[in-house]
Design a protein around this ligand. Structure first.
Ligand code: AMO
Length: 438
């Protein structure tokens, strides 16, 4: 590895020592006989100061030839300078230009010149050099790390299920078809069928950092066509309530993971994250419909799914009560996928739930049907062909415990946590209806 000192290790106490720094030329300021290069290295910025009188001719010339965003390595002496970042500057002995950046730049990485999201995504590599953009991905990594740790502590094992599949699990209209040798296959919409099949094996608690491919033609600020999710399935449950306990614990851990480990990034983003108010309320769908009518004068006909307007209105109601996170439970059976367990008291309802975060769904889950005959009946009632579900249905014939699970959309979670205006901000290289590049 190259010998280099990162900007965040440089302190005024190091005055007089010789160091080598390396990174991108963030800014060039020239005042005739005094020039400044600001070098950005992914952890911060260091000022390199070049008084013409005190540096060699070659070094001064190099500082004039280099363009913004070029990669350089600078060897020099640390000096105290209160006006510079970290209270230090470097007086260079040598400036090596490792990779010269072409001008003009397609995007201004200092963020002084605003660019629209499309232009930023077109030139994502340059965009990712900006501190507020990089901060999102630090927060994303911290949230996922905390989420994985929580699930492992709770006894969940990491699994990997196929991304190339033969059957839909979440309704037939959202699949991307794929040529699989001489047959048709699809990109997986979710690990749903596989994670349920594993409940028949003795692997009692599983999770997957999954990718959902969804051929939805949505063009909104909260939909993607390639989605990352934390998918869990757990067996020997008494009811969906056991699953909601895990969803709540997972959500709190992920929020805490970001709060504890990403304070500098949150400051860069100008975001303050409060500790979530717990326990998360569990509101029955039926009661939500009544609340919407009485408190927001919004009518959602019983049996219809919550539309965006209704979700937002409920978000306002719950915000007034001090909650950002709350469950909606007991949805009508007909609007939930075939694998959802009907409610034993009222079979028109289901043992299902969504977790909402300030008026938007981030998690959906349920207790599943574990009875082979009922499952087959539900598949047929959705106009699907049980023959297409051979191996899945077989798992229900030879002993399978009561089970349930959920999927959490990681991008939705981050968008809401970091108060971002568009879900695309949370993905390095997002895939949407119009974007396949970069
Ligand atoms: P569902 O289809 O509700 O459930 O997806 C679960 C969560 O994934 C996220 N999500 C999306 N995010 C962005 N763009 C999309 N197009 C998109 N689609 C889904 C949301 C959503 O809450 N198999 C079930 C889960 C389960 O029951 O285990 C499922 O896929 O945050």
């Amino acid at each position: 590895m190259m010998d280099r000192t990162y900007s965040d290790s440089l302190t005024p106490e190091m005055e007089g020592t010789t160091v080598t720094i390396a990174g991108w030329v963030h800014e060039i300021r020239g005042l005739g006989k005094l020039r400044f290069l600001l070098i950005r290295d992914g952890r911060g910025i260091v000022q390199v100061t070049l008084p013409k009188k005190f540096v060699s001719e070659e070094t001064f010339a190099a500082s004039k030839e280099v363009s913004k965003e070029s990669v350089v390595r600078v060897r020099g002496t640390v000096q105290r300078e209160d006006r510079a970042p970290n209270g230090i500057e470097i007086l260079p002995e040598n400036i090596e230009v490792i990779s010269l950046a072409v001008t003009p730049l397609p995007l201004d990485p200092t963020g002084k010149v605003n660019a629209n999201l499309d232009t930023r995504l077109d030139h994502r590599v340059i965009d990712l050099r900006r501190a507020p953009v990089a901060a999102i991905f630090k927060a994303r990594a911290a949230a996922l790390k905390a989420g994985r740790e929580y699930l492992e502590e709770q006894g969940f094992s990491a699994i990997k299920t196929p991304r190339i599949i033969s059957t839909a699990s979440e309704g037939g209209t959202e699949l991307f078809p794929l040529a699989y040798f001489d047959r048709e296959a699809f990109l997986a919409q979710s690990p749903q069928l596989y994670k349920q099949m594993l409940m028949a094996t003795g692997l009692d608690r599983v999770y997957e950092l999954a990718t959902y491919f969804r051929a939805e033609e949505h063009d909104t600020v909260s939909h993607l066509n390639e989605v990352s999710a934390i998918d869990c399935e757990m067996s020997f449950i008494d009811s969906e309530s056991d699953v909601m306990d895990i969803v709540e614990g997972l959500t709190i851990s992920m929020i805490e993971g970001v709060r504890k480990n990403c304070q500098p990034q949150l400051e860069t983003l100008g975001v303050e994250i409060e500790k979530p108010k717990t326990p998360f309320p569990r509101l029955e769908y039926r009661d939500v419909i009544d609340m919407l009518l009485s408190e927001e004068e919004l009518k959602v006909p019983f049996g219809e799914d919550m539309n965006t307007e209704a979700e937002k209105a409920l978000g306002r109601i719950m915000q007034r009560r001090g909650y950002k996170h709350y469950f909606i439970t007991k949805y009508p059976l007909e609007i939930k996928p075939f694998y959802t367990m009907p409610d034993s008291g009222d079979p028109t309802l289901s043992n299902s739930f969504d977790l909402e975060f300030m008026g938007r769904e981030i998690v959906s889950g349920s207790q599943r049907i574990h009875d082979h005959a009922l499952l087959t009946e539900r598949i047929v009632s959705k106009d699907l062909d049980p023959d297409g579900f051979g191996a899945y249905l077989e798992a229900f014939r030879y002993g399978i415990p009561p089970h349930g699970g959920f999927g959490m959309g990681i991008e939705r979670f981050l968008m809401l946590l970091l108060n971002l205006p568009n879900i695309r901000e949370t993905v390095l290289f997002p895939r949407d209806r119009h974007r396949l590049e970069p």
